[in-house]
Ligand binder design. Structure first.
Ligand code: GDP
Ligand code: MG
Length: 440
């Protein structure tokens, strides 16, 4: 799926560390294919990839120590921009009574979404009423009544009327009179956009003057959903989109293209058939979901925030003098801890599936950290600053002091040596470019 494909494109970058323009071009080709396969509109893909590429080729990215991460950050930001930008909150009438009109093709989920929306509004303290304007099938009115019952919301019906606009207007008056503050109007759908349907919807719109026209589209229909949305918007004018069936096996393309193609934001997404399965649409969350990053971005931000510039400079000086001590090593481990520990970091890593997480014994690795701390604390100050002093007899003494086998002490010293080498590479970009081992 889209997430897997994008992740694999980024994985290749991560394996490289120092990136060239060609690397970025390759990655962008993969991103492009992934988006096209996900059924994202062709023009949208082209523009998106060009924007990302342009930003990636900026010198800051190529010269950064973590170019792959910077690129992920750019892609993420562009995805957010692609899906967001304009107001995606519901508009309530300043007068206190709000009319919401639900429109869309048949079977997209209008009637179900009416119920979900009523449920959602009730939770935020509103008093909604529903109105049945799909007059073509008696079963449609029955359906809305069942829905209304499930979410404890009254439904206005007028079974003998053939004029949806009048029904809606009467419902509005009745709702206002009875002290409701939102009217949700369910309308008829067709299999495709036709003039008669549009005329009817325009008529309802002109009569009840809704504050919000929500277009319901089915994510499973991919680009068709987006084209339909465009058509509805051109003929009727809509304020926002509800993307339903996002719980299903959609390839994601509709959610990604809708805003760009129609100019209208997705305001909600349907995540199932139940009435609580409606979520406000958050471009940020959607983007991280698509990138399969878990909370990778907050991890990067956390790392940036907890990165202590002063300490880093001190460390660099020490390194120049070849003075990376065991105390500095302990400090580094402390930084990892301040970011929430190994467990937290692993959790936030991209591509860590729950199954893989199970394979990682978090308690075990936390324990290991604490043991290393204990070992270093059992050393004298002198030994911590001059690890070369740690001969066999000193190691034995330390082992006895912290109650661990000598092998653990040896292990720690080995890790210290490795870290020292690595930190040295990191603090010297030129060396890093020479040394492939520490790329990425
Ligand atoms: P309408 O013709 O537009 O009024 O569509 P309905 O509200 O009758 O819904 C059509 C079908 O889609 C029903 O079986 C709903 O249960 C289903 N449905 C609606 N929204 C969702 C959703 O978000 N997820 C899933 N899985 N099914 C949905
Ligand atoms: Mg319906």
């Amino acid at each position: 799926n889209l997430s897997d494909k994008l992740q694999s494109a980024f994985k290749k970058l991560k394996g490289k560390g120092v990136l060239t323009e060609a690397d970025i071009n390759d990655a962008m080709r993969e991103v492009k294919l992934a988006l096209l396969e996900a059924d994202v509109n062709f023009k949208v893909v082209k523009e998106f990839v060009n924007d990302v590429k342009e930003k990636c080729l900026g010198s800051e990215v190529l010269e950064s120590l973590t170019p792959a991460q910077q690129i992920i950050k750019i892609v993420n930001q562009e995805l957010v921009d692609l899906m967001g930008g304009t107001n995606s909150k519901l508009t309530y009438s300043p007068s206190g009574f709000t009319t919401i009109m639900m429109v869309g093709l048949q079977g997209t989920g209008k009637t179900t979404t009416c119920g979900k929306l009523a449920n959602y509004l009730k939770q935020s303290g509103k008093k909604p009423m529903l109105c049945a304007c799909d007059i073509y099938r008696p079963a449609a009115i029955d359906q809305l009544e069942v829905v209304g019952k499930s979410v404890n919301t009254p439904v206005f019906t007028k079974r003998d009327s053939r004029e949806p606009a009048k029904i809606a207007l009467e419902a509005k008056r009745e709702a206002e009179k009875k002290g409701f503050d939102v009217l949700i109007v369910d309308t008829a759908g067709r299999l495709q956009i036709d003039e008669a349907l549009m005329d009817e919807l325009v008529d309802i719109k002109g009569t009840v003057k809704p504050h919000e026209i929500l277009l319901v589209v089915d994510a499973l229909t991919g680009q068709d959903a987006v084209n339909v949305a465009k058509g509805f918007n051109e003929k009727l004018g809509v304020d926002g989109i509800v993307m339903t069936k996002m719980d299903g096996d959609s390839r994601g393309g509709a959610a990604l293209s809708a805003k760009k193609v129609t100019g209208k934001p997705i305001k909600f997404m349907g995540m199932g058939e139940k009435f609580d399965a409606l979520e406000p649409f958050h471009p940020e969350r959607m983007a991280s979901r698509i990138l399969g990053m878990g909370d990778m971005l907050s991890l990067i931000e956390k790392a940036e925030a907890s990165f202590d510039q002063e300490k880093a400079e001190k460390l660099e000086k020490k390194l120049k003098k070849n003075q990376f001590t065991l105390e500095d090593f302990l400090d580094q481990m402390g930084q990892v801890k301040s970011m929430g520990g190994v467990g937290k970091i692993l959790e936030m890593m991209p591509g860590m599936s729950p199954a893989q997480m199970k394979g990682v014994d978090l308690a075990e690795s936390e324990k290991e950290f604490r043991q290393m701390e204990a070992i270093i604390q059992s050393m004298t100050r002198e030994e911590r600053q001059e690890p070369n002093l740690l001969n066999a007899s000193r190691r034995k003494r330390i082992a006895a002091g912290c109650g661990q086998p000598v092998s653990k002490i040896n292990n720690l010293i080995k890790r210290y040596e490795e870290t020292k080498k690595m930190v040295k590479q990191f603090s010297n970009p030129k060396a890093m470019k020479r040394n492939k081992m520490f790329r990425g």
